[in-house]
Ligand binder design. Structure first.
Ligand code: UD1
Length: 370
């Protein structure tokens, strides 16, 4: 059985690593990694392969950055050629980035069984490219692997047949469980002169937060103020770095004037998760980080109007602050004062999601070949 695993952007690498391990362990399964090249900086890609124990991908489509349409189209054309060569039985896509949609579209149209891992999540905000990617990928994929209860409900409401939907848990948490020892051993805190539970970790990269210069300036001013209360460490995504410079906010200058606001380069998986696990509080607009903080029990303030991962609010430690810094301040100040929200780990976020996916796919494969 030939299986292609597709990954393009940073969060994808974290999701395919446990799948790669689980499929590689099965005799008779040939698993091929395809990297679309959507993320290409070493700090956004190579270090993740190393940290997660992934081999070099067999194919790198090297698409690079571009417009939504240009990037998606390039991935489609190049992935089509890979399918010509490989003729796999299965294609597996993960998450909600442009690579997810592009590859599922090509694969489904060729009649190849296509699985979407992390299916059914909905922010109900169609201004996000990720929401369009999620809706479209789920509408066409053959098998839908779901990480939280809202995913099942959403797919049901959209009329998806029950037999396509499998609640398997969260592969991102599989990676956290797998790397937990290495994460403990990371010395990143001492490198940034930070002490456990005495700093705030920030990551911001969504267009809604960084693409409008007045909004970005307001955000940086807020972080400057916060850094007077507790050190802030902010690994800066390349997109955010570009937008800071365009808005006349020179990262080097900010660092010099506000030494407690530590703008650092993007971190690898192990070091970054160490920073998450030891933070007093995380402030983010990322999707995956809302889940990782929930699993770790670290308070998280999400600077977005909505989340496609409601379980992190209902059961976890996530708080949705919208674009309202006053609202965010209430939670931030409570956390700094030692009053942190308590949460629980959602069902099946136990480190075995990839194995459940393997079990379902092998069962289907056997049934087809009987
Ligand atoms: C993409 C995903 C987003 C995910 C994020 C994680 C889509 C639509 N968006 O957003 O869902 O949360 O990845 O990081 O797929 N850049 C570099 N080097 C890189 C990658 C990007 O310099 O290795 C810069 C380029 O200027 C590029 C910009 O970042 O134009 C944005 O990259 P892109 O892949 O288009 O989207 P992200 O914002 O990274």
């Amino acid at each position: 059985q030939k299986i292609i695993l597709v990954a393009g952007a940073r969060p994808n690498f974290v999701k395919i690593a446990p799948l790669w391990r689980a499929f590689s362990a099965i005799k008779g399964v040939e698993v091929t990694l395809v990297h679309t090249g959507q993320h290409y900086d070493d700090a956004m890609s190579k270090v993740f392969f190393e940290d997660l124990g992934l081999p070099e991908p067999e194919y790198n489509l090297n698409v690079g950055s571009g417009s939504q349409a240009g990037q998606t189209a390039d991935i489609m054309t190049r992935f089509d050629q890979v399918l010509d060569e490989m003729m796999p039985h299965d294609v597996i896509v993960v998450g909600d980035v442009n690579s997810t949609l592009a590859c599922s579209l090509v694969s489904v149209k060729r009649g190849i069984r296509t699985s979407h891992v992390e299916a059914g999540l909905r922010s109900f905000d169609r201004s996000m490219p990720e929401e369009i990617n999620r809706l479209a990928t789920d509408a066409i994929s053959d098998l839908l692997f779901v990480s939280e209860p809202s995913g099942i409900e959403n797919l049901k409401r959209e009329g998806v047949a029950d037999e396509k939907v499998h609640f398997v848990g969260n592969v991102m948490i599989d990676s956290l469980v797998f790397a937990s020892e290495a994460i403990k051993e990371s010395d990143v805190l001492s490198r940034f002169l930070l002490e456990s539970y005495k700093y705030v970790l920030v990551t911001i990269h969504r267009p809604s937060n960084v693409d409008h210069p007045p909004r970005l300036r307001e955000l940086i001013n807020w972080l400057k103020e916060l850094s007077s209360k507790m050190p802030v460490v902010f690994p800066v995504h390349p997109r955010t770095r570009n937008r800071l410079v365009e808005a006349g906010l020179d990262p080097a200058q900010i660092k010099q004037q506000f030494p407690n606001l530590k703008l650092v380069s993007p971190q690898g998986y192990i070091d970054f998760q160490k920073l998450v696990s030891q933070a007093r509080l995380v402030i983010t607009d990322s999707g995956g980080l809302q889940e990782e903080t929930t699993w770790l029990g670290v308070p998280c303030v999400t600077l977005r109007e909505n989340t496609e991962r409601p379980v992190t609010i209902e059961q976890g430690t996530n708080y949705l602050a919208g674009f309202d810094f006053a609202k965010a301040d209430d939670v931030v100040n409570a956390c700094l004062a030692g009053k942190s929200p308590k949460g629980r780990v959602p069902d099946l976020w136990d480190g075995h999601a990839a194995q459940r996916i393997v079990d379902v796919l092998l069962r289907k494969h056997k049934a087809r070949n009987v």
